[in-house]
Design a protein around this ligand. Structure first.
Ligand code: TYM
Length: 351
């Protein structure tokens, strides 16, 4: 499709008939960990053939908490390399950095003006992040509006994310609906796509909290995507379980550690629950479970780590890929933003 055709398709409402658009994002802050992979990246890779895909490295979101500028620059490239290394194909997906497409920041402002502040103050992630900050930036409160802008600029139908982002996607739906009510049918109302198993990978050291990038530096909390096999094995061997010996899926909070390890095994092997349990029918306790889980995690992550290292050798090539991604994203987001501005009365001459 030419850029002009694309502009026509996307500037107002509606896309190419029948093609579903997928948008998702990930922050370049801290170490990407297994939860990010299982809850999000793996699904993006597995389903990239089917749809029109946009995957965004959300550096503006990362700024909502303090960042070292050089570190942020490094993490942004490293995350791009990670997404390519994990198997996202630049021919099939548009992969770009959020701040390279200025429409995102502008859309955030426009949507701020139709979003009641109470909606933001209710967000659970805001409340828990704000608790740990001495000074809370306005950006931290506004974070979900920026995220809504990301999604709505592309008229995304589907937003594949982990469970922790469910509330933010719901908010993006609410904002889209409110905007459509005020200004007329403008945005596609997006749907969150959350994996049933793997949508919430828990911390290995504490299976009552989710595995997170911001805790990934704590020993034994996470498997980081770039950990070597020895480190992976060490973290999984140390994982908290319980004092039973039954290797079965379970909702019992007491058994969350074993359930978490089985969930990781299930997603990475692609087996169903019954087959996973059958795999461990003759296991000799949790030691066996941990060894097998470590094995499948190492098998999944080793090629990604190696490819990441190769890609990081040539940052110019990476930057060029990101430039192409930004151009393609801009061709969709730019005209959509213009249409929104016109609807809101910001362009003096109507088209
Ligand atoms: P971020 O960078 O925190 O996480 C990236 C993705 O990884 C998922 N995830 C997990 N999934 C399962 N188990 C876990 N322990 C786990 N930890 C993280 C997250 O749910 C997410 O899907 N606000 C978003 C980024 C964003 C975005 C967007 C996403 C910005 N704009 C637009 C979708 C659409 C975030 O901070 O993700």
């Amino acid at each position: 499709m030419t850029t002009q055709e694309r502009e026509r398709e996307t500037a107002g409402r509606g896309r190419v008939e029948g093609v579903r658009t997928v948008f998702s994002g990930i922050q370049p802050s801290g170490d990407v960990q297994l939860g990010n992979y299982i809850g999000a990246i793996k699904g993006w890779v597995d389903r990239q053939e089917e749809k029109e895909n946009y995957f965004c490295i959300v550096d503006l979101h990362a700024l909502t908490v303090p960042q070292d500028p050089e570190e942020l620059r490094f993490q942004t490239r490293s995350l791009a390399a990670m997404l390519f290394a994990a198997g996202l194909d630049p021919e099939k997906c548009t992969i770009f950095v959020q701040s390279h497409v200025t429409a995102h920041a502008e859309a955030c402002w426009l949507l701020n003006c139709v979003t009641p502040i109470g909606w933001l103050e209710r967000m659970t992630q805001y409340k828990s992040k704000a608790e740990n900050q001495e000074t809370i930036s306005t950006g931290l409160l506004d974070y979900p509006v920026l995220m809504a802008g990301d999604i709505l600029l592309y008229d995304a139908h589907e937003v594949p994310v982990g469970e922790d982002q469910r509330q933010h996607v719901e908010l993006a739906r609410d904002i889209a609906q409110r905007f459509n009510r005020i200004y007329g049918d403008t945005f596609v109302v997006p749907e969150g796509v959350i994996p049933e198993i793997g949508g919430r990978v828990m911390g290995l050291n504490d299976p009552s909290v989710k595995m997170s990038k911001s805790h990934a530096h704590i020993r034994g909390h996470a498997v980081r995507m770039l950990d070597d096999p020895k480190e992976i094995e060490r973290s999984i061997k140390r994982a908290v379980t319980d004092n039973g010996n039954e290797i079965r899926f379970s909702d019992d909070p007491e058994r969350a550690g074993v359930n978490n390890l089985l969930g990781i095994f299930k997603v990475l092997t692609g087996l169903d629950e019954a087959a996973v349990e059958a795999e461990f029918a003759n296991a000799r306790g949790y030691g066996d479970l941990k060894s097998r889980v470590a094995e499948v995690v190492i098998d999944a992550l080793t090629p990604i780590r190696q490819r990441h290292e190769e890609l990081m050798q040539d940052v110019d090539a990476l930057d060029r890929l990101l430039e192409v991604g930004a151009e393609r994203a801009e061709a969709v987001a730019g005209p959509k933003l213009d249409a929104v501005k016109e609807l809101m009365g910001l362009t003096l001459t109507k088209r």
